[in-house]
Write a protein that binds this ligand. Sequence first.
Ligand code: MOS
Length: 729
Amino acid sequence: MKVHFKQDEPDNANRLDGMKQDVLGKPVSRVEGLAKVTGTAPYAAEYPVANCAEGVLVTSTIARGDATHIDKDSVLSMPGVLAVIDDERLTTRAAQGTANEAPKQGPRQVCYWGQPIALVVAESFEQARDAAKHLGVEYREEGGAPLDPASAETEEQEDETVRQGDLAQAMRDAAHSVDVTYTTKGHASAAMEPHAAIAEWEGDRLTVHASLQMLNYNISELADALGVEEENIRLVSRFVGGGFGSKLGISEEVVAAALAARELGRPVRVVLSRQQVFQCIMRRSETTQRLRLAATSDGTLTGFGHEALVSNLPGEEFAEPVLQSSHFLYGGENRELMLMVARIHRMTAGSVRAPGEAAGMPALEAAMDVLAEKAGIDPVELRLRNIPEKNPEEGLPFSSHTLAQCLKQGADAFGWDSGPRRPRQRREGEWWIGTGMASAARVHNIAEARARVTLRPDGTALVETDMTDIGTGTYTILAQIAGEMLGLPPKTVMVDLGDTAHPRGPGSGGSWGAPSIGSAVYVACKAIREELAAKAGVAEDRLELKKGATSDGQEIGDLLGGKDLVREGHYEPGDIEDDYTASGFGAFFAEVRVNAYTGETRVDRMLGAFGFGRVLNAKTARSQCLGGITWSIGVALTEALEFDPRDGHLVNCDLAEYHVPVHRDVPDLEVAMVEERDGAASPIQAKGIGELGMCGGAAAIANAIYNACGARLFDYPMTPDRVLSVTAD
Ligand code: MOS
């Protein structure tokens, strides 16, 4: 039986707090953890499939033009080679489901350097890789492709534009004003597991084991790209070694494996090399951002301006939503916000680790530090003074607001010295030491979700959905929610995810996973409780379940009368989305050391205080925050995609040259979780967590660099050369 629930009103009953099993929110270790660390959890490429051929993609070596001739004969006689697939549908746009057409005869259009144009399939991976290197490709290059966002044509994202009052006048009238421009570099998702797919056809039915975040959406994309009915496709993604946005959509390995397997009549595996993951999977756009802040003498904002330039390929819809939290984080009645997109020929720009805030907040929060200095106000105090009562643009109330609490709690826990600040106050040997802070904000997203819950007479339960767990803890929190609602220890709740044979979940992205799928499981369990309550002769809200029995000793098995009780929960976000501005909030505090001679920055300690609604699992929630803070260290200090200005190719396409923070770069991090219930965010009063930890953290480090050594930098990442360019005497 299906149960539909659409949330139109806040739910402040906090029903989950009245349950008796007492497992929700507890630091339960991940249920799949043992399988992962012992290597028995199969990832996409590891699925045992008999008689599997191996495919290797060939990518373009021009930024714009056509591949006019692909010389299949040049490799078909090489050892083990089975086929060369150059179907147009495996190129990026078709692979993203935007070109549902029969393959064109003739040249393949190339839009960026590194774009997949063909797949070579052989008996072994080594044979396929060798042949791929030898595949003859002729190009007609269309020279002069725009590669630099600064000089390319731009388009305004009109729905982002805000003009309210008169910012220029507010700047002229301000006691303190700041007008600064920041840049951030492009970022790679850099998930540890490379993109991989194994495709297998049985007649006209296709099964693909792949590494994907959103099966509910990926199945339609794949159906479109192949021209196959969704009913004939099964996608399986039980374990995903990180997505970070790069697996939100399908990419070429999935389409290529499916096309090749159909042509050859046997299973085909395609795994991207690390270099290919960098070259042809989407990037986060670089940004240029101008911040204008106008304030009274006590630091109250009267004007707020944020204009950003980002980039994408011509015709692509996505524009890094840099202004996302700028629309509501601080007050200021005179406002000017604008987002421009430059059209350039680099690989598609898309969602990477907290799209929007991860690039926008480092600029905004560094500009706030400049204002605090000018106004002679403690940076924490400056932020406290500018928290708006309601959304300053739309006038909507906030669903909940924890920024003030996070700022205060974080400052206390960190030992923040409040008061006006001066740089270069502390030196130890060759190191300058300093501290800095920043606010965090990340919009709360939520999506439609379905999950089936089966309660069995033996006192166990099963949760089934095509939702994924991309390392976030979904398996575990769903076992906890169902366990709490049904009065079962989480160990007796089996959770089966990542298979489109199950009801459609929301997928993992935009930090919406836990609140969305958690709510679907909640809805299903509530329906099961109603049934049990009727059988036990009590009202559902009086039914107390613990350890498989009611509080008056009736066993669940007896109530079920020997039969399974099955409910499919369907959660749908309702009108409530238009009634509130919902966001997670937080505050970062960092202490850094900057070497006076080399300009090297080391983060010595860092603390994040976050409010994101109900904490479903204290351990996995904390881990999410630790990951987010770690990413913000990358944004601040090392992560940068570097493109060759001559031909547009990505220069640093491995994890040695594109440096994400490693163990040695990350100090002991501290996380303070500010507990709250947000009944307008979701029926389970939870908001997203995953990305909040990176939204603004880089600015805390930038501000600490300034406090340490006096280098006020405006370009991320703040590499030693940039620090030295300011501090070198
Ligand atoms: Mo996320 S970057 O929306 O997976």
